[in-house]
Design a protein around this ligand. Structure first.
Ligand code: G6P
Length: 605
């Protein structure tokens, strides 16, 4: 989603804005722009497409000035053209926005009737006009901004520059905004990664907050305009580590970082020395009769895998629903339900809204999040951390396995608390969890083999992924990974469902990726594989050595994963589906880290 950066500094900012915007590229965008203040007034440069296009514009027409804002836009209202790109100007103000102004049509009609002329199709431009009109009416910049904010409904993170008073202002309503306290320089950013190159000292605005930043001071106000203090935090150095290193893409780097991310996440829950699993005190699995998971995208599939594990190891029923549907279904909730949001960013609009709704129903809420300062982390009763580190590739990889690691640890904790797992079984399960990082290293070592197999997917129009139980949920995630980065159509199916429809698609041109470890349902999945083989389908099987041996002569290609206990097999099998998608997309020459039309953190509904 849109990225925001603002700098009120003592030196020219254009170059820094561009560098900062590049760090926000990972969020997904389709145009970019900057605006600065000079003695001649506001300056603006914009371009559709990549930031490199904006850099080319700046080479021809530099943009001096020590006060400026920059933006990467993910189009919602109006095509990703230069005219619709932010910043938007009106008189003495320039403004950038993340989110959606829901009442922009009414505001636009009102403003047009007062003689205001609009140049873009965006919902954003109304805000610039509202502020400028209030300035015209004689209000100070802060009063004008506060007044304009009061007219807006919807979600927004805003950064505005005021040409005459040389001020930078920001506001947060639903879309995160971070204030960075630099040396003789104040910074505004849509996340800590954007602010990290300038300063590690930050303040997170709360919903309803707005701020006024001079070159040397930051003042924060609440929705009523009352001065408030927000704690100054030090951003972890990891937020600054947005570099690819020796890898071709962030996604590849993040696939390789998984053993470490898993290990870090597990250590937040598992005390290896004491053979103990710790969960936050407020989380009493004995008092929980059901878990309602709400999530979107890859996080949803992590929840779907966990549903099987909670049932099997903790006899705990789990319902899971995509947050965008859950919200509008007004589902009946029973007491004793723990509602659990799963989200890498902790900002996904639908998941956040669903979590808030659960809270209004009096349910206990938990947020399993990778960004520990995020809105969901702050909203939920219980924060369950993952420690994947910053994830830059739009397609989620290490965040997913970190989520699965935390969820698997919670499954064991629940199994023990509910008396389903004996002490001996609990200790055995803990040992399995601790094996995961090593087994993932082994799985990732098969990268060259995966790359070779990826060639078989290159010309496919469509690819089917199948599996049973938790591996069915992983099949959905495998298909999502392939389609989002390679643009090859792919669908995941429970293997047993194949013959109820999708098998009609099978011919010699439709590869089938079968996730079939040699577990208790292997024979069942293998029967489905044989049904495909009988119809000339090409089968790529992901399994352990034993499974691959049993399938010899039937499958087209095999991708070996280490043998593992069913508790951890989903984790051990994940790198293979990620690498398959990654190498297919790479061989096709796709923009792996920033796939078309996708955003990293979806802060609009
Ligand atoms: C977007 C991303 C996905 C992600 C989903 C949920 O669609 O492209 O990779 O899984 O949002 O994001 P969250 O931050 O809530 O996990």
């Amino acid at each position: 989603m849109c990225g925001i950066l603002g700098l009120n500094s003592h030196h020219d900012v254009a170059e820094h804005l561009i560098e900062g915007l590049k760090r926000l590229e990972y969020r997904g965008y389709d145009s970019a722009g900057i605006a600065t203040v000079t003695d001649e007034g506001l300056q603006r440069r914009r371009a559709s497409g990549k930031i490199s296009n904006l850099e080319a514009v700046l080479r021809d027409r530099p943009c001096p000035g020590s006060l400026g804002i920059g933006h990467t836009r993910w189009a919602t209202h109006g095509a990703p053209t230069e005219t619709n790109a932010h910043p938007h100007l009106s008189g003495r103000v320039a403004l950038v926005h993340n989110g959606i102004i829901e009442n922009y049509r009414e505001l636009k009609t009102e403003l047009e009737s007062q003689g205001r002329v609009f140049e873009s199709e965006t919902d954003t431009e109304v805000i610039a006009h509202l502020i400028d009109m209030a300035l015209d009416a004689g209000h100070s910049p802060a009063e004008a901004f506060h007044q304009a904010l009061g007219r807006l409904t919807g979600a927004f993170g805003l950064a505005v520059i005021f040409a005459e008073d040389r001020l930078l202002m920001g506001a947060r309503q639903g879309s995160p905004l971070v204030v960075g306290l630099g040396e003789n320089e104040m910074v505004l950013g849509s996340d800590a990664i954007a602010v990290a190159p300038f300063t590690r000292r930050v303040m997170y605005l709360e919903d309803g907050d707005w701020c006024v930043l001079s070159q040397s001071d930051a003042h924060i106000f609440d929705a009523q305009g009352v001065t408030v203090q927000r704690p100054v935090k030090t951003v972890a150095a990891s937020a600054a580590l947005a570099e690819k290193g020796n890898y071709r893409h962030f996604m590849q780097k993040e696939i390789h970082e998984q053993p470490e991310a898993i290990s870090r996440t597990l250590s937040a829950y598992v005390n290896a020395a004491r053979g103990d699993i710790a969960v936050p005190e407020a989380l009493d699995f004995n008092a929980v009769s059901r878990i309602q998971i709400i999530a979107c995208g890859t996080a949803y599939y992590a929840g779907a895998v966990a549903r099987d594990l909670f049932a099997r190891y903790a006899h705990l029923p789990v319902d899971i629903e995509v947050a965008s549907e859950f919200r509008y279904r007004t589902p009946p909730m029973t007491p004793g339900t723990l509602s659990m949001a799963i989200s890498q960013s902790g900002e996904t609009a639908d998941t956040l809204a669903a979590l808030k709704w659960c809270k209004t129903q009096g349910l206990q809420t938990a947020a399993l999040v990778n960004v520990h300062e995020s809105s969901m982390a702050r909203e939920a009763d219980i924060m369950l951390p993952t420690h994947a580190g910053p994830e830059i590739g739009v397609a989620s990889t290490k965040a997913f396995t970190a989520q699965l690691s935390a969820l698997s640890a919670l499954v064991v904790a629940a199994g023990r608390a509910r008396g389903v797992l004996s002490e001996a079984q609990t200790q055995e399960a803990i040992q399995h969890l601790l094996e995961v990082p090593r087994l993932c290293v082994e799985a990732i070592e098969c990268e060259t083999q995966t790359e070779a197999i990826a060639h078989q997917l290159l010309d496919a129009q469509s690819v089917l992924y199948i599996g049973r139980g938790a591996m069915a949920s992983l099949a959905y995630e495998g298909a999502l990974k392939l389609k989002e980065i390679s643009y090859i159509h792919a669908e995941g199916y429970a293997a047993g469902e194949l013959k109820h429809g999708p098998i009609a698609l099978v011919d010699e041109h439709t590869p089938i990726v079968a996730l079939a470890p040699s577990d208790e349902v292997f024979e069942k999945t293998f029967s489905n594989i044989q049904e495909v083989a009988a119809r000339s389908g090409k089968i790529i099987m992901i399994s352990d050595a034993e499974g691959l041996k049993r399938a010899e002569g039937v499958i087209t290609a095999g991708l070996e994963i280490p043998a593992s206990d069913p508790l951890i097999t989903p984790l051990v099998a994940t790198p293979s589906i990620q690498m398959l998608a990654y190498h297919t997309a790479r061989l096709k020459g796709a923009d792996v880290d920033q796939p078309r039309n996708l955003a990293k953190s979806v802060t609009v509904e």
